[in-house]
Design a protein around this ligand. Sequence first.
Ligand code: S3P
Length: 162
Amino acid sequence: MNTIYLIGFMGSGKSTIGYALAKRLSKTYIDTDELIEDTYQEKIADIFKVDGEDVFRNYEINALKKASYYDVVSTGGGIVEREENFKTMKDTGTVVYLDTSFAEISHRLINDTGRPLWNNHLEEKLNLFNRRVSIYKKFTDYTVKTDNRSIEEIINEIINIL
Ligand code: S3P
């Protein structure tokens, strides 16, 4: 089994790129956030609000294990918050980090209200971004920059790498 896992911060384009990549390669595709919402019949924002982040992270661990049977997987930005997710991904596939700047992400998510951890003060978002980026970089097999690049360019680079 060699699944392609896309990791990266919220708004880095994991879902858009994952979907387009799978389509181009005629491979199966799944998004762990969608899988969680389908499985538990609850919006992610509500899971955070009602059950808390810890419960969400447990749902995410299970979702990732199920997702590992697919060819291309878009993960949630916080997939790196639980160590066992590293093992799931490393054991079953290749990890690609979509590297997007904080400025670009802030621009893309300017009107976003559906991501609980983006509804925070700027300083908290920056701290989260910086902490996460160092984990993504440490953990990934490949890094692909996405600022000012088209979906096609990004997909082509991933296909070339792999
Ligand atoms: C999260 C990112 C979100 C979603 C949840 C938590 C995070 O996914 O899983 O809101 O901790 O960064 P996206 O990266 O697809 O926005």
